[in-house]
Design a protein around this ligand. Structure first.
Ligand code: NAD
Length: 486
């Protein structure tokens, strides 16, 4: 089995522990490749190398950095199909979604490449004469990028592209479930012309490699996507540095009595069972009006029963495996919790009849908003139905969770739509569309326990740059603001 290195200062190395771990194909349970189990020492070496890389890279003009990011997009485009297949093998999502994952990486590298010719600050007036005021953007220095496994190309690409265009040095630690996609992306960056010491790559446990990165006082920014407990730990332990957190969700779809039900069913199936429910924006709650509940349930059951489990590479497959054994067990434990809480199981609730980590698409109804299955992130193919009788109750139910990432409402009524847009407490709201489907030129992120940042679009730049305020006084005299002009 092939063994992959870590990359420090442009050199490929083995872990200082001498240990390795395996990445697993979740559809078969079989190992794909070996990776280095990095250590705190390796993380420290990577940070040192990134400091050197940063000094050079931050002096490269931003449009030139942009040219290199364009090259990345070109290579990704050329290799799109091959990369998507690799992604399916390592992460399990179905091929059309894997192609979308790679496409998202292409889009964000193209977008951020263009940002090299913007990186806008602003100019403004001064309260004194012969004085000029403006802001410029400066990179943070060395930044740590820590990523999950569910979008193995797209999420690293969002972070790498924005961090690179701003001129930072990088230490990248991917999830141990998808290091093969991560190293492939890093090698594409090198091929495209990103200097090797600018992007340092260390695989290994979050508790050691990740922890060393977040606690280092040589690292000035952390961009983290993952679970709430890890995010909370990072916030408490990172010290004074910029920390961007993109965490979990318990996203809901409201279906009002005037909704186009067939459209809503399409959105629920896509949002709830797409990526086997393993999206931070997955629709895990359906908040439905009493008048259409029965009808909606009937339509959903019919559709769910037709969903086929299988390998993501099989064109007949609708729902791929979960990422690993512990996620599979966690999903099943929530089925047991739902039943013990008194919810009614309409479909699924069982392990898939295959090798690998398969779970049947699961639907619960008669769920009360205080039940654990209605409040906690399951991150599997489990959707719960909660009944409401008016728009105010729907929005109150939607907001009655700790998370605030994505939301959706299906209605033909403009008043319901705007109430939802204004009053739902999430970073993203869709009208007559599902909870998933971010576009890279728009901000992405949540509120409440979902996090504290926005990635994508011009806001993606804020996470990886500092604003410096510049005053140029060309009067030739000492002018004191707030004193000499009053
Ligand atoms: P996770 O928190 O277990 O791990 C994420 C990363 O953090 C991994 O690389 C892991 O090794 C690292 N890590 C773990 N402990 C660490 C520590 N003490 N210090 C530093 N790093 C540490 O999450 P996961 O299971 O990989 O991903 C699933 C979660 O990610 C879900 O909760 C999902 O909602 C969330 N997610 C959020 C978004 C978003 O944009 N909001 C997107 C995708 C996934």
């Amino acid at each position: 089995m092939k063994e992959y290195p870590i990359y420090i200062g442009g050199k490929s190395r083995k872990s200082s522990s001498g240990k390795t771990f395996e990445t697993i194909n979740p559809a078969t349970g079989k190992a794909l490749a070996k990776f280095q189990e990095g250590t705190r020492k390796d993380a420290t070496s990577a940070i040192k190398a990134a400091e050197i890389g940063f000094k050079k890279w931050s002096n490269v003009p931003a449009p030139k950095r942009g040219d290199i990011l364009f090259n990345v997009a070109v290579i990704l485009k050329k290799r799109k199909k091959e990369l998507a297949k690799l992604l399916v093998m390592e992460m399990g999502k179905v091929l059309p979604e894997a192609l979308g994952d790679v496409q998202e990486a292409i889009d964000v590298f193209e977008y951020m490449a263009g940002e090299g010719r913007r990186l806008f600050g602003h100019t403004t007036t001064s309260e004194l004469s012969e004085k000029f005021c403006m802001t410029i953007r400066r990179p943070l220095g060395v930044v740590g990028l820590i990523t999950p496994w569910n979008f193995p190309f797209a999420i690293p690409a969002w972070k790498l592209s924005a961090a690179l265009i701003c001129g930072n040095g990088i230490v990248f630690k991917p999830s141990s479930d998808t290091p093969l996609c991560a190293i492939t992306l890093v090698e594409i960056l090198y091929e495209a012309g990103v200097p090797r010491d600018v992007v340092n790559f260390v695989t290994g446990p979050g508790a050691t490699v990740g922890d060393e990165i977040i606690q280092s006082n040589k690292v000035f920014g952390i961009s983290f996507t993952g679970s709430v407990p890890t995010g909370e730990y990072i916030l408490k332990n990172a010290g004074i540095k910029k920390v961007g957190l993109e965490l979990g969700g318990k996203n809901g779809i409201i279906v009002m009595d005037d909704a186009d039900l067939d459209l809503a069913v399409d959105g629920i199936i896509w949002g709830g069972y797409g990526t086997t429910g393993q999206r931070c924006t997955a629709a895990s709650r359906v908040i439905v009006h009493t008048k259409v509940k029965k009808q909606l349930e009937k339509k959903l059951i019919a559709r769910i029963k037709k969903l086929r489990l299988g390998s993501g590479l099989d064109p007949k497959t609708d729902v791929g495996p979960l990422i690993n054994q512990s996620t599979l067990e966690k999903t099943h434990s929530y089925t047991k919790i739902g039943l013990s809480e008194g919810a009614k199981l309409l479909c699924g609730g069982k392990y898939g009849q295959r090798t690998g980590f398969f779970y049947q698409p699961t639907l619960f109804t008669n769920v009360k908003k205080n039940m654990r299955i209605a409040r906690e992130e399951i991150f599997g193919p489990t959707v719960v139905i909660i009944e409401i009788s008016n728009i105010d109750e729907a929005i109150k139910t939607m907001n009655d969770v700790d998370y605030g990432l994505s939301s959706s409402i299906y209605t033909q009524n403009i008043k319901n739509s705007f109430k939802a847009i204004e009053d739902i407490e999430t970073g993203i709201t869709y009208v007559n569309s599902s909870t998933i489907g971010a576009e890279v030129h728009l901000p992405f992120g949540g509120i409440k326990k979902t996090g504290n940042t926005r990635e994508g679009g011009i806001h993606g730049i804020d996470e990886f740059s500092e604003i410096k305020t510049v005053y140029v006084d060309y009067s030739g005299t000492l002018q004191r603001a707030q004193i000499d002009n009053k």
